[in-house]
Design a protein around this ligand. Structure first.
Ligand code: F6P
Length: 319
């Protein structure tokens, strides 16, 4: 394989730039030509594709976001859109494509590989919800950002002896909420994977207050409910002063952690290796520190399992 391209798609994640850099540098190191596609799948459809040199990815490894830009592309959901994308790549003589993104990106990648474009995925999403990898690029940074924000909220929660309800991202996954809740010492964590009764939450808060606790922190995954809804529901069971905090897109920004840079670099370079080996329709991943490749079809039909022991531990430790 002589010519490949790389794009980032879906919600951006810190470490995407490190992954693009790795694809570009590894490909050039191995004597290939590499092209950058701007604005995700939109760029494939609109031919927004440029040859890249080593210098194009200089001074990028530490930057958040994605310098290739990202998008959620409606046109790529249509057969015509996908065919146009495949035709544009063929016209440029590009034989392989690395797509960096989350589950929506993988779905598009699967369709492209069916159209004959050799395609490999690199998992990058703060949600950490991709099967075939223990961890996705961006998750570690987002988790640390959330914990840092909750630490700040804890200061003011203690000063005013309040209960705070903090809403975190993750779409249908509770990974961010679960591990942020444990790391920040939250009393209650709501995640989509588990049913937590509001009545029990109110009881726990009351027991804490009775023992002289000064504040309470509740972390709620957006996939369960909004912080506002949670606050209204809680008010039906206990009369306490609450405040809500929706962390929002703060969670997606910021410079990538060292772990995300390492992961982005390893998975980006590995994706190039997979294309060189003639692989297509697979997502690169890391499992027990070993690089792995998992079929897109397998990734799409399975849900990532959450670790219930983390949930139970956080409950035990936050009494
Ligand atoms: O998938 C990443 C993510 O940040 C989710 O956690 C969140 O639900 C969604 O993207 C937000 O998407 P947008 O940036 O389009 O509002």
């Amino acid at each position: 394989m002589r010519k490949i391209a790389v794009l980032t798609s879906g919600g951006d994640a810190p470490g995407m730039n490190a992954a693009v850099r790795a694809v570009v540098r590894k490909a050039i190191h191995d004597g290939m030509e590499v092209y950058g596609v701007s604005h995700g799948y939109n760029g494939l459809i609109n031919n927004d594709i440029k040859k890249m040199d080593l210098g194009d990815v200089g001074d990028m490894i530490h930057r958040g976001g994605t310098f290739l830009y990202s998008a959620r592309c409606e046109e790529f959901r249509t057969e015509e859109g996908r065919q146009r994308a495949a035709d544009n790549l063929k016209a440029l003589g590009i034989e392989g494509l690395v797509v960096i993104g989350g589950d929506g990106t993988y779905m598009g990648a699967g369709e492209l590989s069916r159209l004959g474009v050799k395609t490999v995925g690199v998992p990058a999403t703060i949600d950490n919800d991709i099967v075939g990898t223990d961890v996705t690029i961006g998750y570690d940074t987002a988790l640390n950002t959330i914990v840092d924000m909750i630490d700040r909220i804890r200061d003011t929660a203690t000063s005013h002896e309040r209960t705070f309800i903090i809403e975190v991202m993750g779409r249908d996954s509770g990974e961010l909420a679960l591990n942020a809740g444990l790391a920040a010492g939250a009393e209650t964590i709501f995640i989509p994977e588990r049913n937590t009764k509001m009545e029990d939450v109110a009881e726990r808060i009351q027991a804490g207050l009775d023992r002289g606790k000064k504040h309470s922190l509740i972390v709620v995954a957006e996939g369960v409910m909004s912080a506002e809804y949670c606050s209204n529901e809680l008010a039906k069971y206990i009369n306490i002063e609450t405040r809500i905090s929706v962390l929002g897109h703060i969670q997606r920004g910021g410079k990538p952690s060292a772990s995300d840079r390492v992961l982005g670099s390893r998975l980006g370079a590995y994706a190039v290796n997979l294309l060189q080996d003639g692989r297509s329709g697979v997502g690169a991943g890391i499992s027990k520190n070993e690089l792995t490749a998992t079929d897109f079809t397998y990734v799409r039909v399975h849900d990532k399992q959450y670790d219930n022991s983390i949930y139970l531990l956080s409950k035990e430790l936050s009494i």
